[in-house]
Design a protein around this ligand. Sequence first.
Ligand code: AMP
Ligand code: MG
Length: 395
Amino acid sequence: MKSVDAHLADILATVRALAPLEVELEQALGTTLAEEVASPVPLPPFDNSAMDGYAVRAADLPGVPVTLPVIDDVAAGSGELRAVGPGHAVRIMTGAPLPAGADAVVPVEWTDGGTATVTIGRAAPPGNAIRRAGEDVQAGEIVLKPGTLIGPPQLGILAGVGRRRVLVRPRPRVVVISTGAELVEPGNPLGPGQIWDSNSYTLAAAVREAGGECFRVGIVGDDAAAFLDQLDAQLVRADLVITSGGVSMGAYEPVKEALSPLGTVRFERVAMQPGMPQGFGVVGDDQVPIFTLPGNPVSSYVSFVLFVRPALRKMQGLPAGPPAPVPARTTAPLRSPQGRRSFLRGILADDGTVAPVHGQGSHQLAALAAANSLIVVPEEVTEVPSGAFVQVIRL
Ligand code: AMP
Ligand code: MG
């Protein structure tokens, strides 16, 4: 059997970062920056007031209270300003440019709020409540580097330096296909021997959470030709394909049957539990990467966490590797098969303990939904006593 680490290494050696694309700012959330962004101007672009108040010369306020004539009124956005001469005050609003001559702003709270004259009750030192030009960013300074994931604050600074469009690595477009003659779309009644398709919902959600754009296409029955037709139709819009089901050792394994003859997808047994039967490779003229995940709901989700998510990160131009585990103390003894790395479903608590959930079968989706983590038991370990330290992957 192939090791989990070797399988991930093969995947990351095949998958490439997506080509950069220029997008409108509105489309950039969740993408990865593919250029260096500098500010064309200093930020703030001009000295301005940090508060509503009065722009004055600090030297005019030695003996407060003092009453000064108010010679002008400056709102944010004002362009033409009268200079503040000795003994003068200008009423000024937050964000308004500081008039020449002024070197301090007295907050309105320290005054009587007058409009013709103002009586100031408290002296302000030079520089008080003034935001200097370039205090945040100098002209030409780099504000974002390539490889930065664009979240709301990053979008904000892009707009703040005047950008309308930006070069990014786009969200990977991922097609998710469920296979199985027993599957029914949720919302439709179940016939004998049927179950509702849950995998495509889990996987589509996991793709979106990982920053991808997902196309959840309908269920394909256990028919290799129908599966190939659907795959062919979907490839035009796919940067990555994920299938579930149809790759085990039984009869009626349409994914394996359809893709094996191509020779570009390898079906392997990976030394893990759950999720032993794994397939990965490329399909179509564009060599689109494809993951053929096992059908059991827990197996397919664990496979996503271990293999698909790192691949999606690499496609987005983000650092990609195995999920980082944290140590925790198990509250119950654990068992694991010899020679396979186990990923048991657990509940990680704030006190640093992890409790395995009841129901560790790879079909037990409710137990997965009750868990918040995977407890990793190494290949050579078959039993872990209660109270021992284990490594845990947060879900
Ligand atoms: P397979 O890998 O096709 O042999 O399927 C293994 C197990 O997973 C079977 O019990 C299937 O019914 C179940 N299964 C396969 N696909 C899905 C799905 N999309 N949703 C829920 N269960 C599934
Ligand atoms: Mg099946």
